[in-house]
Ligand binder design. Sequence first.
Ligand SMILES: C[S@@+](CC[C@H](N)C(=O)[O-])C[C@H]1O[C@@H](n2cnc3c(N)ncnc32)[C@H](O)[C@@H]1O
Length: 410
Amino acid sequence: MSVRSIEARVNPVYLTAKTAVCLMVQAGIPEADKIVHALALENNALLQNMTDAETILGNALVVEAKYRTMCRLIEASGYQTCVDLPCGYTPKAIYMVEHNRNFVGLDLPIVVGEAGPIIRQLAGSAENVSFHGVDATNYTSLKKALQGCVGPLCISTEGMMMYFSDDEVDNVIANIQCLLREHGGCWITPDPEYALQFCGTFRAVFGEESLAKLMATKDEAQGQSAVAALGNAFIIEPTDIQNSQARAETLLAKHSLKVEKVNLGEHMPELSVYKQFAPEQIVRFKEAMHHCHYWVITLDEAKEIQTDRPREEQPFELQYTVKKGILHLALHGRLDTISAPKLLLAWEEANADGSIEGVRIDCAQLEYISSAGIRLLLEMQENCSRHIVFSGASVKVKEILQQKGFGDVI
Ligand SMILES: C[S@@+](CC[C@H](N)C(=O)[O-])C[C@H]1O[C@@H](n2cnc3c(N)ncnc32)[C@H](O)[C@@H]1O
């Protein structure tokens, strides 16, 4: 099994980024065309489940509005270095080079391994462009990726926060807060209001037919990411805007962060995709975008910044033995997107002849499990005739395992 296929199995969410760059081509963003060509994605296979051409066009409108407005806001922040977390396959690096900015692209290793060389070349192999594999929930990976960066950062987070559980999103926010403390700067994200932007856009351009098209879009994102909810404590719910907004702001305040909301309608540049819509659709769309905001988040200096939280994680390690058809595993550190491939390899090796009936996992040294780790444990469970038994888990790990339906946590 290749490293790529292992990485793809533990975290399929990277496919959503390929879909996004294909939608940029549909919108008419020329640099995206070159990236899609280099990735050999011209057949649009990733868009095939979006039931009709209008659904694709509605998605292209959302994606272009986000991409171009984010580029403009990052530039307007005045910070010299854009840290794009997650960078996906977008041409943002090319834009930043053209506008004399440094660009640091961070994403899962599977994405940067593929996107990095292609985009660096398209950006003229500029010295001020780099790509690093990280897991946003893993602070050590972020710190390492940014260790050479000097000066304040403009961290942009576009299309990622909705894929996390409450626990993961809390972790990611804590990590970004630490990066802002270390480097200074700001964090810009459209993600809290992503559902409002989708609903507003689809309602404005498709009227009564918008609901079915939105559902097709949601099914596609859930199918590609293997994430069930597409929401958490950081995401505003269109059916309960007031309460969910307060919840997201409370979450930021807990991390000593404050938000300034930038009106999308006021900052959105002209879009190439407009030529595929009727003038009255564009008028309604522009009006609707005045009800959406992108969030510019900074440290709240008025609050005492938490410093007690140790953010450096233990490196992941595992040991295993097989006795009478039972795999005995001891896990250390964090089981997340970066470390899960190691566990998958060990599992495939131990179960090469399909003789493993059950697994016992010693979790005494296990610090944390992210969704990628859970996904893998569920896959292992499906291939065993007995329940996986966990022992020695911390309160936190126990809670995560039980929430995901693992009953034998002793
Ligand atoms: C919808 S795409 C958005 C990509 C890009 N920002 C864009 O606008 O096209 C979601 C991205 O989140 C990345 N991602 C998901 N979980 C992540 C994690 N734990 N750490 C880093 N990146 C992650 C995926 O690999 C994917 O590139």
